[in-house]
Design a protein around this ligand. Structure first.
Ligand code: NAI
Ligand code: COI
Ligand code: MG
Length: 368
């Protein structure tokens, strides 16, 4: 049987640096666990723009639709800030999400014991934290029309449109409820039903889906601004959070700091199942291209490595190997491996991106 296929799109900034460590880990699974992948590399974001004048070439888009899973590093950077909006690096990623129909973005925030002391919050607030944010990824204000900057009288007006259909809300709600069934059967839905019609619809539809199809799930509703506050005040009250595209983007960066660093948070973006039962899927760290540290060996590769662990679990039915990799990350951290984002200025000398990869590979070897 053919090996499962992976399309790797390292992207810009720290994207290629963190992806280099993932590639070593993919090789390790091929050599040591007889779990080989057919891997292709291609360009996305600013790197694709530099070569092709577009942040995602049509051929790359076509391959993304064919392979079993896509792994992406990060896109964007100051070099591209003044480009026309239609060719900005971020548009390459948005196109992938839209054309692959990746409507359900899973962003788990787990606090590893070794980092509980390092979070900017008190240890007892974050120790043992394990929450899952389910972010709607293909609609809402990032995609709604009309959008643009228009002349209106003697000034310009910037317009974006928050738009959700019932079926878009239904499918992401179902994905959150299904996940919750495998966790603690508790979902909190976040919107702004107090000020936005799309929020009113979101609340009605999530409740309707729960009542009709998931009576075993405990569903609560919360305004997203309160949700942001509660995430910092008492994050362990949550298990699964389901929310829209914009709120999910913001709340997941906020949740990242509960784990110690934005460099720790992985994600899986999943679409509807194909004929073979597997969802179309793209895996990427939650963070961006971090231009402030790019090219210096300072990036934490763990978010990208844990995104590959999610690929093992959600695309390749390799739950045990995913757990092996997650455990190796935990072991490396417990043994003291720290990139600069996981240390204070007084905490000694940090290790490099590659040395974090070394530490995780060592822990993988020890797991055999
Ligand atoms: N999925 C993606 O490709 C995303 C791309 N971006 C793009 O990235 C560029 C920079 O955006 P920012 O707002 O600065 O967000 P960012 O996530 O790139 O960086 C925010 C802060 O977190 C730090 N950080 C991020 N990842 C890290 C890691 N792995 N290890 C250590 N520190 C890390 C950075 O050094 C920076 O101080 C922009 O062009 C933005 O549009 C932003 C978010 C997501
Ligand atoms: C298109 C991305 C740059 C938006 C973002 O910040 C994210 O999806 O996390
Ligand atoms: Mg973001």
């Amino acid at each position: 049987m053919a090996n499962p296929s992976l399309l790797i799109l390292p992207g810009d900034g720290i994207g290629p640096e963190v992806m280099a460590q993932v590639t070593r880990i993919i090789d390790w699974f091929g050599e040591k666990r007889d779990l080989a992948f057919d891997v292709e590399h291609d360009l996305v974001g600013g790197a694709a723009y530099d070569k092709h004048g577009t942040p995602l070439h049509d051929d790359t888009m076509a391959r993304a639709l064919e392979v079993d899973a896509v792994l992406l590093g990060a896109v964007g950077g100051p070099k591209y800030d003044d480009l026309d909006f239609s060719v900005k690096p971020e548009r390459g990623l948005l196109r992938l999400r839209k054309e692959m129909d990746l409507f359900s973005n899973l962003r788990p925030a787990q606090c590893f014991d070794a980092l509980a002391d390092f979070s900017s919050l008190k240890k007892d607030i974050v120790a043992g934290l394990d929450i899952m944010i389910v972010r709607e990824l293909t609609s809402g204000v990032y995609f709604g029309e009309p959008r643009g900057i228009f002349e209106e009288g003697n000034e310009r007006v910037g317009i974006n449109t928050q738009r959700y259909t019932e079926s878009e809300i239904e499918r992401v709600a179902r994905s959150a409820f299904e996940l919750a069934r495998r966790r603690s059967s508790k979902v909190c839905s976040m919107e702004k039903a107090n000020v936005m019609e799309s929020g009113i619809l979101w609340r009605e539809v999530t409740q309707r889906v729960r009542d009709a199809e998931y009576p075993d799930i405990e569903l609560s509703h919360m305004y997203a601004d309160n949700g942001a506050m509660q995430l910092v005040r008492a994050p362990k009250q949550f298990d699964v959070i389901v929310t829209d595209n914009l709120f999910g983007d913001i709340l997941s960066d906020c949740a990242a700091m509960l784990t110690g660093s934005l460099g720790m948070l992985p994600s899986a973006s999943l679409g509807a199942p194909n004929a073979d039962g597997r969802p179309k899927a793209l895996y990427e760290p939650v963070h961006g291209s971090a231009p402030d540290i790019a090219g210096q060996g300072k990036a934490n590769p763990i978010a990208c490595i844990l995104s590959f662990a999610m690929a093992l679990r959600y695309s390749f039915d390799q739950g045990e190997e995913a757990a092996r990799l997650e455990k190796a990350v935990e072991t490396a951290l417990a043994d003291g491996a720290r990139t600069p984002d996981l240390m204070g200025p007084e905490d000694g000398t940090p290790i490099t991106t590659k040395e974090m990869g070394d530490a995780i590979l060592k822990a993988l070897d020890a797991s055999l």
